[in-house]
Write a protein that binds this ligand. Structure first.
Ligand SMILES: Nc1ncnc2c1ncn2[C@@H]1O[C@H](COP(=O)(O)OP(=O)(O)OP(=O)(O)O)[C@@H](O)[C@H]1O
Ligand SMILES: [Ca+2]
Length: 959
């Protein structure tokens, strides 16, 4: 679809008269023909340029809406043809994506490997010298062998890189699936931001990202964070005087309705996106660490390679010196030199564990894909590996531990406690309420709210807004209130939307008649709102002073509700004397308490079990919530988070503690209630720095963003989460479920362990290959493993090994051990034991073969060296094949568990064996091998197999 935008963009440019002063603006004929009175470029210049003059010229926001043939109340009409025409003229809300790279780019990149290039030069020289001396095709075998191996390596590397890039592309798409509330055809609906068109009416709330450029229509206290566009961190006020909203910016506070004017690539954000290149995650910490390891090993390899080469050349020179032929060289000797050089280079190739970073990516990408199926979307690759070492999870309560389906189940209106929930109980409550109190209550509920009650397309009543708001609106409806009627009865002068720092929201309404009397409504965390009350409505409907006994009664009620795990909210009002201008602040004291409601939000099924899994896995779970302490405690107890030796603390208390006190306190904190965004951040920071914990934080709201950012792994909720929270997070939990977080931890651990397994396997091969070639070069003057053979071994241990070992799915055992934490060594003692033990065996057996293999296999004649070397090569490869199986487990003896479920492993192993047979039996001329008898085959396989019981015995050695 993108090309459409471009075509029309250029098309319209010809007509549109941008840059001219507003008064001589003429509408392009094409636009006019479609019924619009303004073109896309003009709209773009107004909003992007914050051009108040032009805006005024077009009749302000309502004028623009008219010219765009839309209504600020009902949005765009449904007519599909008209929508299509609109899209043709104004474009769609998509951003040009950077071109995806083709397979050949990856081939080209794989070819850029230094060692491979040197080898290619060797092959080339070998080909020329070979053909010149021995003729075609005999002289070309060695060279062709190397060329083929290089091609194989390049091809496999490129294929795997290419496949990764495709996967990341899919993920990128998933990441960008954002929907938003839109009014079209008179109905509120959720829509993908990509379907937005100029003229659409979008509802923005705190935490949303502005999806396209547009104008503010109506709303309150809108603060926009434009830092993503301008880098300016100070938020900008948006209102009817400065109505410009730019895409890519975020709503930091307030809520509003906006009219979309400019979409897609025409917006500044679109242009910005086009200049950013896609994908390409930074390297993860593990990758960085492993790259370091790889460099060291590479250097060791280089050292050995140089010595091996020197020793081999020296052997040749000494031989020639003895012959006295050191001055004249024949081609065969030149070839020999070249082969030595090739071997030296190959030793470097083998030594450099290119597979390490690859294994990490493979493993992470695999985990990422699987996690997506398990409802976790990984935004930053590094997160999954970090999650594996997490020692603490700071979870928020609402929505993560609970279902986020809230209903009012108890109320204490006018000082009398009622259970509500079914129609008869509501009738009961209603009959007891005094008329004037009921009126006040409904006025408060329906005006002092961030939610809305609307009719859906199907004619059903729908409640919009956060779950808390929805619960209260539902409560109001059940009491016989009507949203529209209450809204029309008074005029809303100001609304201060809820935010987590204040923990309350307020509204000012103008009452009808009587010279514009004003009334303030306040709603919020019950202790806080109650503290600002001076009066209360009593059971008779009279307004009386709030005396000590009433305060005690209300506080006891709050505690009682909270003790039953209910979220409590207090509603209060105040008559505002002496007028009110919208720029004034809503009063904070002198209120009259209407009542308290208790909202039930049941704990999610399975949370208790998941918390238990975390505890078994040595991960501490803490609840950090903005809710009342007793509510939090009750729920934490229900989930198994709060235990008898744990501490529950309130944010304001926590804030006052000294550094020394915190040191003592923090490890014991299991619940932190009434926390502000900053408290959450402080706790996480302390845990990370002072206690060296690896901290995972979950959150949904904008208030959680700082903590999510600070955390080692931020997990945002996919359903309830705001865009701001999601953007600060590393992982998005698509089903908002705590159990999914445990799954992420499990995958993280499996990634970590899989990479460890792979490293163990690869280091073993490395050590043996290096030592064998080096020692025999030193002692016998020849290398048993040739360049082509080494390249094949390299392939087995690098790419194929990574594939086989890095993609093992997790098992439940993983969650029964302690987390690695921040200080754990990547290569553990267990791994060293396995590596050294196994290498020792392999080295010994190959050494034995070299020393007395001819005797053992009764080899004689001119071919005996070749046969023996083939046997050595074959045994060496089979040692790796069986060691690959042993490497599936680092500690447990049973290495076969679940092997048949991991078909990649089985396939890789099968392919390795099959190709080994082909190399030896069919490609002997290229690989410097020869046909082996069944007896010799059996012996090589047996030698490899013995590595397995040895690995098993090693696992019994305690470290
Ligand atoms: N729409 C609202 N209007 C007024 N008060 C509200 C509203 N929503 C929540 N509250 C009050 O604020 C408290 C929650 O504050 P906040 O949103 O900061 O919590 P949170 O950190 O998101 O908590 P959680 O861990 O439960 O998600 C609630 O206990 C309630 O008393
Ligand atoms: Ca929250």
């Amino acid at each position: 679809m993108d090309y459409l935008v471009v075509i029309f963009a250029t098309h319209i440019d010809g007509y549109c008269s941008t840059g001219v002063s507003p008064s001589d603006y003429t509408v392009p004929s094409e636009v006019k023909a479609a019924g619009f009175d303004i073109c896309a470029d003009e709209l773009g210049s107004i909003v992007e340029g914050h051009d108040v003059k032009k805006l005024r010229f077009h009749g302000g926001v309502s004028g623009i809406a008219r010219k765009l043939c839309t209504s600020t109340n009902d949005g765009l009409p449904k007519d599909a043809d008209a929508l299509r025409r609109r899209q043709e003229l104004f474009g769609i809300n998509k951003f040009a994506e950077s071109e995806s790279r083709s397979f050949w780019v990856f081939v080209w990149e794989a070819l850029h490997d230094m060692t491979l290039m040197i080898l290619a030069v060797c092959a080339f020289v070998s080909l020329i010298v070979g053909i010149a001396t021995e003729g075609w095709p005999k002289g070309a075998h060695d060279g062709l062998g190397i060329v083929a191996s290089i091609m194989l390596v390049v091809f496999v590397t490129a294929t795997s890189d290419y496949r990764q890039s495709l996967q990341f592309k899919d993920l990128d798409k998933e990441k960008k699936k954002i929907s938003i509330q839109v009014t079209r055809n008179g109905f509120r609906q959720k829509m993908s931001i990509y379907d937005l068109l100029p003229g659409d009416i979008v509802h923005l709330a705190i935490g949303d990202q502005v999806p396209a450029d547009g104008l503010f229509v109506s709303g309150f206290s809108v603060l926009i964070d434009e830092s993503s566009l301008t880098g300016e961190s100070e938020p900008v006020m948006v209102g009817s005087e400065t109505p410009f909203l730019l895409s890519g910016t975020k709503v930091q506070d307030g809520s509003c309705k906006m009219l979309i004017t400019t979409v897609g690539m025409r917006t500044q954000w679109g242009k910005l996106m086009a200049t950013l290149s896609e994908g390409g995650d930074d390297e993860t910490p593990l990758q960085v660490k492993l790259n370091g390891v790889a460099t060291i090993i590479g250097k060791i390899g280089l050292f050995f390679a140089v010595i091996t080469f020197a020793v081999l050349v020296q052997g040749l020179l000494v031989r020639k010196w003895k012959d006295g032929s050191h001055v004249d060289w024949n081609a065969e000797e030149a070839m020999e030199m070249l082969e030595y050089f090739a071997i030296a280079v190959t030793i470097v190739v083998v030594a450099v564990p290119e597979g390490l970073p690859l294994a990490v990516t493979l493993s992470l990408a695999f985990a990422m894909k699987k996690m997506m199926n398990d409802k976790a979307l990984v935004r930053h690759l590094a997160a999954c590996e970090t999650m594996g070492s997490a020692t603490t999870i700071c979870s928020d309560k609402t929505g993560t531990l609970t279902t986020n389906h809230m209903t009012v189940v108890k109320s204490c209106i006018c000082m009398s406690v009622h259970e509500v929930g079914n129609p008869s109980k509501f009738a009961n409550l209603k009959s007891e309420l005094h008329d004037s109190a009921l009126k006040l209550l409904l006025q408060s509920i329906f005006n002092n709210t961030g939610g809305e009650v609307v009719m859906s397309k199907e004619g059903k009543r729908e409640i919009l807004g956060t779950p808390t708001e929805a619960a209260i609106l539902e409560f109001g409806l059940s009491l016989g209130g009507e949203f529209q009627a209450e809204r029309e009865a008074v005029k809303l002068v100001k609304l201060e939307p809820f935010n987590s720092t204040k923990k309350r929201m307020g509204a000012i309404v103008e009452l009808p008649g009587e010279g514009g009397r004003m009334r303030a409504h306040s709603k919020g965390a019950s202790e806080i709102v109650l503290a600002s009350c001076e009066k209360v409505i009593n059971a008779k409907g009279e307004i009386v002073a709030l005396d000590d006994s009433s305060v005690k009664f209300l506080q006891a009620t709050i505690d009682q509700f909270a003790g039953e795990a209910l979220r409590t909210l207090c509603l209060a009002y105040k008559e505002v004397q002496g007028g009110f201008s919208p720029n004034d602040a809503i009063p904070e004291s002198g209120y009259t308490c209407i009542g308290i409601v208790g909202i039930k939000d049941p704990v999610r099924p399975g949370v208790k079990e998941s918390v238990a899994v975390c505890h078994a896995a040595g991960i501490a779970v803490r609840m950090v919530t903005g809710d009342n302490i007793n509510t939090a405690k009750a729920i934490a107890r229900e989930c198994g988070i709060l235990t008898s030796d744990g501490i529950a603390i309130e944010g304001p208390v926590f804030r006052e503690k000294s550094q020394a006190e915190l040191l003592e306190l923090i490890p014991k904190i299991q619940v932190m209630a009434r926390s502000s965004p900053l408290d959450k951040h402080t706790l996480v920071k302390h845990l990370r720095t002072t206690f060296d914990d690896v901290v995972a934080v979950t959150g949904d709201g904008t208030n959680d963003a700082p903590a999510l950012h600070e955390a080692d792994i931020g997990l945002a909720m996919g359903i309830a989460g705001t865009e701001v929270a999601k953007e600060s997070a590393d992982v998005i939990i698509l089903d908002d479920n705590f159990s999914t977080i445990v799954t992420v931890a499990k995958w993280g651990r499996s990634v970590y362990i899989n990479i460890q397994k792979f490293v163990q396997f690869q280091l073993t091969v490395n050590v043996v290959a290096l030592v064998v070639n080096f020692s025999s070069a030193c002692m016998t003057g020849s290398a048993p493993l040739t360049a082509v053979q080494l390249l094949w071994v390299n392939m087995i241990m690098d790419t194929l090994g990574a594939l086989a070992l890095a993609t093992e799915p997790p098992n439940n055992e993983l969650m029964k051990r302690a987390p690695v934490g921040r200080k754990g060594h990547f290569i553990t003692n267990v791994m060293w034991r396995n590596i050294l033990g196994q290498s020792f065996y392999q080295f010994l057996i190959i050494w034995k073969l070299q020393a007395s293999g001819k005797l053992m296999f009764e080899l004689e004649g001119p071919n005996s060296d070749l046969v023996l070397n083939t046997i050595i090569f074959n045994s060496f490869v089979f040692c790796q094949v069986f060691n690959e199986i042993s490497s599936r487990e680092m500690e447990s003896i049973n290495v076969f568990r679940g092997i048949m479920n991991n078909y990649v492993f089985v396939m890789v192993l099968g392919a390795t064996v099959a190709f080994q047979i082909i190399i030896i039996e069919l490609l002997g001329t290229f690989a410097n091998t020869t046909h082996l008898t069944s007896h010799q085959w059996g012996a090589s396989v047996l030698i490899g197999f013995i590595g397995m019981p040895i690995a098993a015995i090693l696992k019994m050695v305690p470290v």
